[in-house]
Design a protein around this ligand. Structure first.
Ligand code: F0G
Length: 461
């Protein structure tokens, strides 16, 4: 028999979690205005809200914390991280920021102007937010297969080259500051982009003289999928694959809270000195001096170690294997999820799950609330609430898919926790016919409304 994989680590420190009662949860979710972002963490038993900043650091990372250099300027921790970024991604210019959206804010302040178009593959919500905030438009060019949950296309994060060419052909070059590729593509289910697609997008970008940027939050998971699924990469190391990936990018924005396995941090890296020089000014204004950018020296040290650990094949095999373990259980229960299973999360098709809830009553949000009530598990809606209103018409945007995302934090939960999640969701599935009413919005912010929206049951006016 083949020896199965297991986590390439053992547990040295634990944190208790509380298993609440259903009546406690009914009270808490009401008090939270039916927005799971408003729950206190003690009110959550298993927290699958996000894999962002929720990972467990290793003993080597904690050791690196102790040797952080907190100098305002010229910190040795900055240079350690800059060297690691150069080693892993190949970029010479590097700017730390306090997280991923801050990297977007700084770089887009340099590049995006009113009326611009930014084509890409299902831009993440903060990326889209930073584009729309500047009165520009994010154009989604993801392949059609990405929106068919049961389609087993191996690279559902890919860009449709014909769609992209159409955008590039029909708009003046000056209106397209860059193309952005999200690796892996979070919004479509943690789906990878193939090396071939990156190469082809880069060739097209070069042809039209438009730069290419990678939103790199889950770059290592993307590389792992390439190693498993793409011909010619079977025997390459994750580091070799990552190095090739980034040869196709002019710059990267990074949320280090994902594949950097740290609790806070982000950065910009680029090979373009002019972009770096301009970005420095915005970094100093918004983030901090160029050698810390909103990060403590100790956190830069922990990130330097995390980037090395996060690009080890053994770790990625167990990390993505755990996500697949949950996906397989849900599929066995007859629940439709985005296939193939993503790198960081399982995305449940909420429209299929709750056919009796109207789209105007936020189907995926309704499912998240039901799962919380069932067992104290916190998921997140990637559906109509997150899709926000159209910036011009102010109408709700109904996305092609309405998902509930179960994001798995790195190195945090065991398979037994995931067994609890699978059984809880199965229980909700068994009573799905009785779930007929969703929620209505009571209050919302003008942009990125999902974080703060207040809801009430739709059947109670
Ligand atoms: N890009 C992608 C693909 C992301 O998934 C995120 C964050 C960001 C950028 C922004 O980074 O949070 O460090 O400011 N995603 C989190 C999530 C919030 O839950 O998926 P940030």
């Amino acid at each position: 028999m083949e020896i199965p994989f297991a986590e390439p680590y053992k547990i040295k420190m634990v944190e208790p979690i509380y298993r609440s009662t259903r009546s406690e949860r009914e009270q808490w979710i009401r008090d939270a205005n039916y927005n799971l972002f408003n729950l206190r963490s003690e009110q959550v038993y298993i927290d699958l809200l996000t894999d962002s900043g929720t990972g467990a650091m290793s003993d080597s990372q904690w050791a690196a914390i102790m040797t952080g250099d907190e100098s305002y300027a010229g910190s040795s921790s900055f240079f350690r991280l800059k060297d690691t970024v150069k080693k892993i991604f190949g970029f010479d210019y590097f700017l730390p920021t306090h997280q991923g959206r801050a990297a977007e804010n700084v770089l887009f302040s340099v590049l995006v102007r009113e009326g611009d178009l930014v084509p890409g593959n299902s831009h993440f919500d903060t990326t889209k937010g930073h584009i729309e905030f500047r009165k520009a438009t994010a154009v989604d060019c993801t392949i059609r297969e990405s929106f068919e949950p049961e389609n087993l296309h191996p690279f559902k994060g890919n860009v449709d080259l014909d769609l992209l060419r159409e955008v590039l052909d029909n708009h003046p070059r000056e209106r397209i500051p860059f193309i952005i590729l999200t690796l892996t593509c979070n919004s479509s289910g943690g789906q990878p982009v193939s090396m071939q697609n990156m190469r082809e997008v880069k060739a097209l970008a070069d042809h039209y003289k438009i730069p290419l940027i990678f939103d790199s939050a889950r770059f290592a998971e993307n590389a792992w999928f390439i190693s498993q699924r793409e011909t010619g990469y079977e025997t390459k190391s994750i580091r070799e694959i990552v190095m090739e990936m980034f040869t196709y990018a002019d710059a990267m924005t990074m949320s280090s809270k994902k594949d950097g396995i740290v609790n806070i941090g982000g950065f910009i890296a680029t090979r373009r000195k002019t972009w770096y020089d301009q970005a420095c000014t915005f970094n100093i204004m918004f983030e901090g001096f160029v050698t810390y950018g909103g990060m403590a020296g100790r956190d830069m040290n922990a990130l330097a170690v995390g980037l090395e650990e996060g690009t080890e094949a053994e770790y990625l095999t167990s990390r993505i294997g755990q996500v697949q373990y949950l996906g397989e259980q849900l599929t066995a229960h007859g629940i439709t999820v985005q296939q193939p299973y993503g790198g960081h999360a399982i995305f449940v098709d909420a429209r299929k799950f709750l056919p009796n809830v109207k789209k105007e009553e936020f189907i995926a949000q309704t499912l998240c609330i039901e799962l919380y009530l069932e067992a104290g598990i916190r998921a997140v809606e990637v559906g109509t609430i997150m899709a926000d209103r159209d910036p011009v018409t102010r109408e709700n945007r109904y996305p092609k898919l309405e998902f509930m995302r179960l994001a798995i934090p790195r190195r945090v939960y065991t398979q037994l926790h995931l067994d609890v999640v699978a059984v809880a969701l199965k229980n909700v599935f068994n009573r799905r016919a009785t779930i007929t009413a969703g929620y209505q919005i009571v209050q919302e912010a003008p942009i990125l409304r999902h974080f703060t929206v207040a809801l009430a049951p739709a059947d109670k006016k």
